[in-house]
Design a protein around this ligand. Structure first.
Ligand code: PMP
Length: 395
């Protein structure tokens, strides 16, 4: 019956995680998967989340079904967090709770594929691998626009802009509003303005994917490109994830927002999102959404959580500086200044696949073959070892 099914080669990043777990070396370092670990190398339970989990009524609430679109209080609180003073009214925003950021991308992709025949999406080169998997899986043609300039170790801005200029009206363009995965390189405000002008002029459909709000500059500043599209009345999709910024990976908490600048459309968009959900998994999970809704809606917990996001961002930034200083010390003839210009959890080191393999084989330091490291996996106990190992494979 199943003889014609080919084996699955495995997901490159998740397979790396499995090899890491099998590695018996005591001083191994996991810089592969994009997970935030604290200074002791542990995935934290945020104190704001813990405070909700111990509340009596939280534990005794019945585990009912949520509606297709998710928990109402959650959706309102998330919309407020994403859009702040630019929050569109109900007639212009369709928002649903989703299974993490991945679930938001998938529901959005399915919706577009149903109503826009032969859809094409343009994703940055490089991007998170699963963008390609999810959109291809939903029937899209996936194409790339220039993003990373390997010589400059920076943004290929001119090439990016002229590619966007050349796209057909209605093309979907995937954009990372902050902390680009895998490069950590983000356009600056002026560059974003130019990108958004092209999106508007060429009538392109932005699909923002926000997995790291608050990990670049701040919760507010990191969503500037999204809010700018609201101010200009540009329709867009926005997926967002709370996996990292609430350290709630396994709960699968995220949302999909569709901004509908024209009157009278958001209701139908919301209806079709609900139908897409119904046909996929009926309704989203309850527990994580209750936690996030409570933290975001309670003034005290909210303030506490914002402080925790700031701490996570600053810890990673501190490790980035330590890595930079450590590498500059052991390899003074190289310039690693580019590392300091990258945002968020990742560092794009410029290491080749062969160098990454030597890091893993000889030093037990696990990175992605593209040369991406998760800076959030560094801590005072392993950063010196990582610098020495990197220097050894670079020399
Ligand atoms: N988008 C990007 C850019 C990501 O880096 C990730 C997580 N690695 C996701 C989406 C998926 O988020 P989630 O784990 O919440 O599905």
């Amino acid at each position: 019956m199943f003889a014609h099914l080919p084996p699955y080669a495995g997901d490159p990043i998740l397979s790396l995680m499995e090899s890491y777990q099998r590695d018996a070396r005591a001083d191994k370092v996991n810089l592969g998967i994009g997970v935030y670990a604290d200074g002791a190398g542990v995935i934290p339970v945020l104190p704001s989340v813990r405070a909700v989990e111990v509340e009596d009524h939280f534990n005794s609430a019945p585990c009912t079904y949520l509606p297709m679109e998710g928990h109402t209080g959650y959706r309102q609180a998330v919309a407020q967090l994403l859009f702040g003073p630019e929050l569109p009214d109900q007639n212009h925003l369709a928002i649903i709770q989703t299974l993490g950021g991945s679930g938001a991308l998938k529901v959005g992709a399915d919706l577009i594929a149903r109503f826009f025949p032969q859809p094409q999406i343009w994703v940055p080169d490089p991007t998170w691998d699963n963008h390609i998997g999810i959109f291809e899986g939903a029937g899209f043609g996936v194409q790339r626009y220039p993003y990373y300039d390997a010589d400059k170790k920076g943004l290929a801005f001119d090439a990016l802009l002229s590619k966007l200029e050349s796209l057909e009206a209605g093309s979907v363009v995937l954009l990372h509003p902050c902390c680009h995965n895998p490069t950590g390189i983000d356009p600056d405000r002026g560059q974003w303005t130019q990108i958004i002008e092209v999106l508007e002029r060429r009538a392109l459909l932005p699909f923002f994917d926000l997995a790291y709000q608050g990990f670049a500059a701040s919760l507010e500043q990191d969503v500037w490109p999204v809010r700018e599209c609201v101010r200009r009345g540009i329709a867009f999709f926005l997926s967002n994830s709370f996996s990292k910024i609430f350290s709630l990976y396994g709960e699968r908490v995220g949302a999909l927002s569709v901004f509908c600048p024209q009157d009278g459309q958001a209701n139908n968009v919301l209806g079709q999102l609900k139908l897409t959900v119904r046909r996929n998994y009926s309704s989203p999970p309850l527990h994580g959404a209750l936690i996030v809704a409570r933290v975001l809606s309670d003034a005290h917990l909210r303030q506490q959580w914002e402080g925790e996001v700031n701490q996570m961002r600053e810890r990673v930034h501190g490790m980035r500086e330590r890595l930079h200083a450590g590498l500059a010390k052991v390899l003074p003839e190289y310039n690693f200044g580019f590392l300091l210009r990258q945002n968020g959890m990742f560092g794009y080191t410029g290491l080749s696949a062969a160098q990454v393999e030597r890091l893993r084989e000889q030093h037990g330091v696990y990175a992605v073959s593209s040369g991406r490291i998760c800076v959030a996996g560094l801590n005072p106990g392993n950063v010196d070892k990582v610098c020495l190992a990197m220097a050894e494979v670079i020399r």
